[in-house]
Design a protein around this ligand. Structure first.
Ligand SMILES: NC(=O)c1ccc[n+]([C@@H]2O[C@H](COP(=O)([O-])OP(=O)(O)OC[C@H]3O[C@@H](n4cnc5c(N)ncnc54)[C@H](OP(=O)(O)O)[C@@H]3O)[C@@H](O)[C@H]2O)c1
Length: 274
């Protein structure tokens, strides 16, 4: 595994048997180094699938959550029982001190940060005519301020060759009624991603966003009737809701070697929804 010595932890050795020219059995010890990934909002939904997938891809994973410690510890236990490495760290992405601590704990535990995936997000819906400023402020704080704070730390801490991945939404293209605060927050996320990709000129770090269509998680399902879910299920030509793994596959691509030439892009993974 390719890795900067400064930013990797050593997790063990591969022992390779081979024979000398005299036919003696020799063992070569090659050290393996593990990259680390922070996944915010990894206790549930898409973030949970991303944490599991990146662990499977070989990353040591920081499972961030806001309030659901039990769920986050479940993800850690699952990763560990599959032979991976993970820790759970509570942090509200809208809180600057929390986000700073999230990165500090990651560096103290795993020696550095190679990949940051900001999945944390909320989607309460409300029509503009309702003028619900409290709801608007909450959505902007979590989705936009949260992304700003996580990207700012990532810009400082992610090592050379690293990846930064934010979350937008394909619903931007639909402009559905009641999605105003959410769409406003995600439009801001797309702007931040493009700017940061340019600001990291020469650092060999890619910055992208994934913009899913409807995915069957609590965020999407909560507050919707069966009829509304069915109507949205049929919208993409592929006629199904996305599953968290449809999205973690895309994150794995962006975070892995095959995604190295994709930079400053919004990858719309949505079954053709928009
Ligand atoms: N599901 C969809 O249809 C869909 C479509 C397009 C885009 N997205 C985007 O995909 C991302 C993940 O959504 P999801 O569907 O997986 O949501 P979800 O199932 O509701 O999970 C949300 C996650 O975010 C965490 N979280 C919420 N507020 C937080 C905060 N202030 N600080 C830190 N963590 C926080 C939650 O932690 P706790 O468990 O501790 O509360 C949870 O782990 C979001 O950015 C969302 O906007 C989703």
């Amino acid at each position: 595994m390719e890795c900067s010595a400064l930013y990797c932890i050593r997790i063990g050795y591969i022992v390779t048997p081979h024979f000398s020219h005299r036919g003696e059995l020799l063992m070569t010890h090659t050290s393996i180094e593990k990259k680390s990934a922070i996944v915010t909002g990894a206790s549930r939904g898409i973030g949970r699938a991303v944490a599991r997938r990146l662990a499977r891809d070989g990353f040591a994973v920081v499972v961030n959550y806001a309030g659901n410690a039990t769920k986050a510890e479940e993800v850690v236990a699952e990763i560990e029982s599959a032979g991976g490495q993970a820790i759970a760290v509570q942090a509200d992405v809208a809180n600057a001190a929390d986000v700073e601590r999230l990165f500090k704990e990651t560096i103290e535990t795993f020696g550095g940060v190679n990949v940051v995936v900001n999945c944390a997000g909320i989607m309460p819906l409300s029509p503009l005519a309702g003028g619900d400023l409290e709801l608007f402020d909450k959505v902007i704080a979590t989705n936009l301020r949260g992304t700003f704070l996580v990207l700012a730390q990532a810009a400082r801490q992610v090592s050379t060759g690293g990846r930064i991945i934010a979350f937008s939404s394909s619903v931007i293209a639909k402009a559905f009624p009641t999605y105003g605060p959410y769409i406003a927050s995600k439009a801001g996320v797309e702007g931040l991603v493009r700017v940061l990709a340019n600001e990291l000129h020469g650092r060999d770090i890619t910055v992208n966003a994934v913009a899913p269509g409807p995915v069957a998680t609590e965020l999407f399902l909560t507050g919707k009737t069966e009829a509304q879910i069915e109507q949205l299920r049929k919208q993409p030509p592929l006629e199904r809701l996305g599953q968290p793994e449809d999205i973690s596959n895309v994150v794995s691509f962006l975070a892995g070697p095959d995604g190295s030439w994709v930079n400053g892009q919004i990858l719309r993974a949505n079954g053709g929804f928009a």
